[in-house]
Ligand binder design. Sequence first.
Ligand code: NI
Length: 210
Amino acid sequence: GWSFVANDTYSGYVKTADITDPTPPAKPIVKKIALTFDDGPHKKVTPQVVATLKQYDAKATFFVIGEEAERNAAILKQAASEGHQIGNHSFSHDRLSTLSIRAVIADLEKTNAVIQRITGTKPTVYRPPFGAITQQMRKSISMPPILWSLDTLDWKHRNADKTVDVITKGAKEGAIVLMHDIHQPTADALPRVLEALQAQGYTFVTIDEL
Ligand code: NI
């Protein structure tokens, strides 16, 4: 049969079979957000964070401290086995920008070795403690430094309601959210954070997936 069509360039009858649907197929809008947890693994808080993430089918990235990884190896191994990304956050949380570049590289390599021994996977990213990074570090370290775009300041206020508030108001597509899995209020905030962001259409991805 024939159909009447009208668009910007043509109006008239065309064979119905020749009409292609101009409506683009509905594409689900996927908004990605990366939750990151620093300074662990912590013997009590990290397992709660990992359990909550599992409950909401959410993936996150943990920037761990080498000596804490050694202390809480089983907890780190569990987090990695559940699909979370493990990043390097230095061996002892030193301000790397004050060390020689040789010392920085040695620190990060030592931490990578600890994480690889525990999880079987070598980290591909690092986050310098305090976000303190130099041009020399940017040039000399092969792993990309990962900072953040949304700081919850959870370490400062230690208040679950505030953490929920900062994240639900500040969340953006592609955001990297900074939290710390060493403070109980942060773990307590997480179910509400995940629920609110899910309701806003976010999916929770690792840094590598962002
Ligand atoms: Ni830190």
